[in-house]
Design a protein around this ligand. Structure first.
Ligand code: HEC
Length: 448
């Protein structure tokens, strides 16, 4: 009779023998090695040597010196040459791969370097609409220019309402776990979303508002995207990102027309100036940059670099923007070259500085008539100012947790707010009076 421990040992040994006979799997065996030792330098946004080890499709693309592997021939595969030997050249930093790991890679190449990535391996798409046990944090809020639709970020989905009356009109799902920004096209026919899954992928989605059909879903880069905006003619989208970039994408094709890499920190907002020739971007690096939309050329910082830019909104008609900062600043700037700066004054575009806000400004909006500026605050308050003289005209009653998003109705007679507590509130901006509070999360029965 065999004792239990010997039986366990035997079955383990048999299992590993059986495994040894199985071909090496790209997905199960190779990707964990790459993930730990290689992807840090070889991913879609950082392709050292032109090599991307983060997906099979990426790894298949030749690097600067040609293909990384020759299926079936380890001796001709740079992948193996780079990791083998006493002082392997890869990983360039960190511990060399173990002999077992090198052997696995070698065998994977010899066995044909096949791709066995499951179809849904990188998908975070839900199979059914989410059911909310707690109201979703409202990161983003948008109202269509024709005043007929209001869109709110949910979890993995955009919740769409008809106005007036907040009729539930749609639940538009996607792969993004976080929805960071929403924008309706100037003709109100499309809704664009920027978001993604932090440290995994960025995504832009566009829906046809009349039908609720998804007209585009583009995975972009390997981190979340922020601050989406439509060009005035609706043929391009501007989007910022945790990868510090500003991208201009063609619509409907999705072609990347510009990738602007002049910021040194996350880019949280983009906005197009009238005419569509230029856009501005606001970043945690403290700059609001003016960019030539066609060439991607950096034109100038429009502002003096004072504090991280957390939110930004365009004036409805003029070439100016209002931005909120991480240290409580709230300022209007002309959106043009900072040309006449002198040693004494290097903030020549500053139009107005509002009173200091209690903490980082979370959201900001211009009313469509250009009369008001609204700011959402971490304290749960939102404040309304007169743009012309900076006077505070109303303080909205506190909600629980920060106000992450604000949107005015096109007639400027209503202001909607959303934030941490997941409630949509409707205010009269002239008086600051609360008109209605609504749950954005669908009732449970409807969610199942
Ligand atoms: C710290 C960064 C870093 C890490 C980690 C790293 N690499 Fe590299 N890798 C580079 C750089 C930089 C180059 C460009 C090499 C050069 O031109 O000298 C490169 C180039 C390569 C090339 C192309 C070689 C050629 O023929 O041009 C391959 C293949 C490669 N790396 C594989 C790997 C693998 C496999 C790992 C993980 C085991 C890895 N790298 C980890 C930085 C890194």
């Amino acid at each position: 009779m065999i004792s239990t421990s010997r039986a366990v040992f035997l079955s383990l040994a048999l299992a590993s023998l059986a495994r040894a006979a199985e071909p090496v799997s790209w997905f199960r065996d190779v990707t964990p090695i790459f993930k730990r030792s290689c992807n840090g330098c070889h991913n879609p946004s950082k392709t050292k040597g032109g090599v991307d080890t983060s997906t099979y499709a990426g790894f298949l693309k030749p690097g600067k010196h040609g293909p990384s592997f020759v299926a079936g021939d380890p001796a001709k595969s740079p992948l193996i040459a780079e990791v083998i030997g006493k002082e392997p050249s890869m990983p360039k930093e960190g511990d060399p791969l173990s002999a077992t790991e090198v052997a696995l890679l070698e065998r994977w190449v010899r066995e044909g370097a096949r791709d066995d990535t499951p179809a849904d391996a990188y998908s975070t798409r839900l199979s059914a609409p989410p059911v909310y046990d707690a109201p979703p944090v409202i990161n983003a809020l948008a109202i269509s220019p024709d005043g007929k639709w209001l869109a709110v970020s949910g979890y993995h989905e955009v919740l769409v309402f008809g106005l007036p009356g907040l009729r539930r009109a749609g639940r538009w799902m996607g792969e993004s776990t976080r929805i960071e920004s929403l924008a309706f096209s100037p003709d109100s026919k499309r809704l664009a979303m920027a978001g993604g899954a932090p440290a995994r992928f960025g995504e832009v989605q566009v829906w046809d508002v009349a039908t609720g059909n998804e007209s585009a879903a583009w995975k972009i880069g390997s981190d979340s995207l922020y601050g989406i905006s439509w060009s005035p003619s609706g043929d391009r989208l501007g989007v910022g990102g945790a990868d510090k970039s500003v991208r201009v994408l063609g619509y409907p094709g999705g072609k990347e027309l510009v990738k602007f890499d002049n910021h040194s920190d996350w880019t949280l907002q983009t906005a197009w100036l009238p005419g569509g020739g230029r856009l501005v971007s606001g970043s945690r690096d403290r700059a609001v940059k003016l960019i030539d939309a066609a060439s991607g050329q950096f034109i100038d910082d429009i502002n003096k670099l004072i504090e991280p830019v957390t939110c930004l909104a365009l004036h409805p008609r003029e070439e100016s923007v209002v931005y909120g900062g991480a240290e409580g600043g709230l300022r209007i700037y002309r959106a043009k070259e900072n040309q006449d700066r002198t040693a004494g004054n290097n903030d020549v575009n500053l139009v107005r500085e509002f009173e200091r806000q209690p903490g980082p400004v979370q959201s900001v909006a211009f009313s469509p008539d250009g009369v008001w500026v609204a700011a959402g605050l971490p304290t749960g308050e939102a404040r309304i100012y007169q743009a012309s003289d900076g006077k505070r005209v109303a303080t909205l009653p506190k909600q629980e947790g920060a106000v992450f998003s604000l949107a005015f109705a096109p007639d400027s007679k209503r202001l909607y707010t959303g934030g941490f507590d997941g409630q949509l509130r409707e205010f009269d901006p002239a008086t600051g009076k609360l008109i209605a509070t609504s749950q954005v999360a669908p009732p449970h029965a409807a969610g199942r």
